[in-house]
Design a protein around this ligand. Structure first.
Ligand code: PRX
Length: 635
């Protein structure tokens, strides 16, 4: 029995127990057998959750791209590494073998070097889902530069904040991007962002849409002529196990986004391990994760996890409803996709459409279905299971986070019996704890609690870029010696976990994490606004949608309110991006506040959810009368 590939439920238990008994030799065995190291580690793990300080594979030396690419060239050079399915289905598909990938990444790495990028420099990647995105990510890893991919749906202000925070020296972008029928002026967004980003010396521009764009002399360079002139071989920089591999920003409940820092060896070992097991990947299968590489799911399960296993990974540029709602199913048929990994919001969106969109395509290649990013409701789970998986393909409901780097709780297909809406059991090496409101660990089953992890795992984020204290405070200060996830969870009678949602001020809308404070800050910039509070409310498709309660400086006439609503959403789109727009905006005379001046969001959440029968204790409010006024005006 190998630790690396779990094949049945009995093996899962045996391996899981082994990983608890002796986590260090467990991970050592995985690391030893499956990866290429320039120098072996002196120690598998050093940790202290108080500081917090976690190091895996201490003093080992490696390069992640040699593991994800070079290592496969001897026997699998001709295997397809990437299938690129363009937005427009009539445009030809592009296939990149592992040999092609090697040359593309090496050329790009040489370009970065020629442009002055060195080990440790930060490179911001703001690209649509085109192959250059994967090449850029891996080119950074090749030379030891730290990539910071920013989802190409973020606004110029949001992009600027992220570039400034990690002082990126370069931005890699495109002339534009396609999303269904729309084109997005990415270069224009970058130009505006860079007005406030003095650290950026160079902008490399990939050609995609062919739109006319402005190129700033000396700063902006077309990528293609540079890669064409570059050599297809670039020596891999030898990295320390704990050197940063990338920064990826995620929303915080307050303040600016948190630049989560992931390091080399632990991230590599864990994403490879989880990819292999959660998706039961076998040689020559085709794996498709529909996420964008701008999110952690794309980093770990479009790029790193699959390539580290010499898999064929599909990259899709477009959207599920273009040219029609059958697009996902058409792609599965066309490329004979074996594993399909998507988000509950996508499933709910597609389930609402005519079933013929699904039935028109041959989905018999599918073996495993996955979901991620938000709780999946029972109805969506069954729709996915019945119509897409035809009750033959297990659904892996994978719970994890940007911070965890890889999947933490998930069924192992064909091993763990699935249960609708349950992420089921922790993967080997993952020690979960549920905590009660007094800060004690709950040992029994059939309980609700706050979800923590009590032992380090290799791919956990090591810090927040430039703010270690915030890292400690956010994740390690709530419960002693535990990583607190910010999620609530239930444990059923057999020990299966079901994630119930965030217990902090982060709201997950269509699978995207949004902090309430940054949205409120954006709204408060409007000159007519005195104060605002955002809460989430249940939404059939998006899981949650946003409800804004806004106090105006002058209440004014109702007819101006519609304009104000538009302006508020416009401001949000400018500051954060269209994903953070509010579904409902109610102008209110006041907000329910505690005596210490804190907004009581619990009450607002109930009003937004139209569930006002039991508002709980409101006696501690400074202004209890306001509650009824808000209920009376609720939308
Ligand atoms: O609340 C959990 C939810 O998504 C949060 C993490 O979001 P992000 O860092 O953007 O990463 C998303 C992709 C890994 C978690 O704290 N979440 C993620 N997966 C699930 C989930 N909620 C319920 N079920 C899941 N499978």
């Amino acid at each position: 029995m190998s630790n690396y590939h779990i094949k049945n439920f009995e093996e899962y238990y045996l391996i899981y127990r082994k990983s608890l008994r002796d986590p260090e030799s467990f991970w050592e065995e995985v690391a030893e057998e499956h990866f290429l190291w320039h120098k072996r580690w002196d120690k598998v793990l050093e940790w202290d959750f108080k500081k917090p300080d976690v190091k895996w594979f201490v003093n080992a030396k490696l390069n992640v791209t040699q593991n994800a690419i070079d290592r496969h060239l001897q026997t699998k050079a001709q295997r397809t590494a990437i299938i690129f399915e363009p937005n427009d289905p009539s445009e030809p598909v592009r296939y990149y073998s592992y040999r092609d990938l090697y040359h593309e990444v090496n050329k790009m790495a040489n370009v970065l070097k020629h442009q002055g990028i060195k080990k440790g420099d930060r490179v911001c990647i703001y690209l649509p889902m085109i192959p250059e995105l994967t090449f850029s990510v891996l080119a950074c890893a090749r030379i030891g530069a730290i990539h910071s991919v920013v989802f190409a749906g973020f606004s110029s202000k949001a992009l600027a904040t992220r570039i400034q925070d990690s002082e990126c020296k370069m931005v890699i972008t495109a002339d534009g991007g396609y999303r269904g029928e729309k084109t997005i002026d990415l270069k224009g967004i970058v130009d505006v962002a860079l007005e406030t980003c003095p650290s950026v010396e160079t902008v490399l521009v990939a050609k995609r849409t062919g739109e006319t764009i402005k190129m700033q002399k000396d700063r902006d360079k077309w990528l293609k002529p540079l890669t064409e002139a570059a050599l297809g071989e670039c020596p891999a920089e030898i990295m320390d196990a704990e050197d940063p591999l990338f920064i990826l920003y995620t929303s915080g409940s307050t303040g600016k986004p948190k630049g989560m820092v992931h390091t080399q060896a632990g991230y590599m070992v864990y994403t490879a391990y989880t990819f292999k097991n959660v998706f039961q990947y076998r040689d020559n299968q085709v794996f498709w994760c529909t996420a964008d590489i701008g999110w952690i799911t794309g980093h770990s399960y479009i790029v790193y996890g699959p390539l580290l296993n010499a898999a064929t990974t599909l990259m899709f540029e477009g959207v599920p409803n273009y040219p029609d709602f059958g697009r996902f199913w058409q792609i599965i048929e066309k490329h004979k996709v074996n594993q399909f990994y998507t988000a509950p919001t996508a499933i709910r969106t597609l389930a609402k459409e005519n079933l013929d969109y699904v039935l028109n395509y041959d989905l018999s290649s599918l073996k495993i279905l996955g979901t991620v990013g938000e709780p999946i409701n029972e109805e969506a789970w069954h729709w996915y299971n019945n119509n897409v998986g035809k009750k033959k393909s297990p659904i892996v409901d994978t719970w994890w986070q940007t911070e965890t780097g890889g999947v933490m709780i998930s069924p192992i297909p064909f091993a763990t019996p699935t249960k609708p809406t349950y992420a089921t059991l922790p993967l080997p090496g993952i020690q979960i704890a549920l905590m009660d409101e007094h800060g004690n660990e709950i040992r029994e089953n059939q309980v609700d609690g706050r979800l923590c992890v009590k032992f380090p795992w290799p791919s956990m984020a090591r810090t927040i870029w430039g703010d270690h204290e915030r890292f400690r405070e956010t994740y390690f200060s709530t419960y002693e010696n535990k990583y607190f996830t910010g999620d609530g969870a239930q444990r059923d009678e057999v020990g299966y976990y079901r994630i119930t949602g965030r217990v902090d001020d982060i709201i997950i809308v269509s699978g995207h994490n949004l902090g309430t404070a940054p949205i409120e800050d954006a709204i408060n910039e409007h000159q007519a606004v005195a104060e605002s509070a955002i809460v989430g409310f249940p939404h059939d498709i998006k899981g949650n949608a946003l409800y804004g309660f806004i106090i105006l400086k002058e209440f004014g006439e109702t007819r101006v309110h519609d304009n104000l609503r538009k302006e508020v959403n416009q401001l949000i789109a400018e500051h954060i991006g269209p994903i953070a727009k509010l579904d409902k905006i109610q102008f209110v005379p006041g907000l329910p506040k505690t005596r210490s001046g804190k907004i009581m969001r619990r009450i607002l959440r109930k009003i937004a959810a139209k569930d006002t029968s039991d508002l709980g204790d409101t006696t501690t409010l400074l202004n209890p009368e306001i509650v009824q006024a808000i209920i009376d005006g609720a939308l």
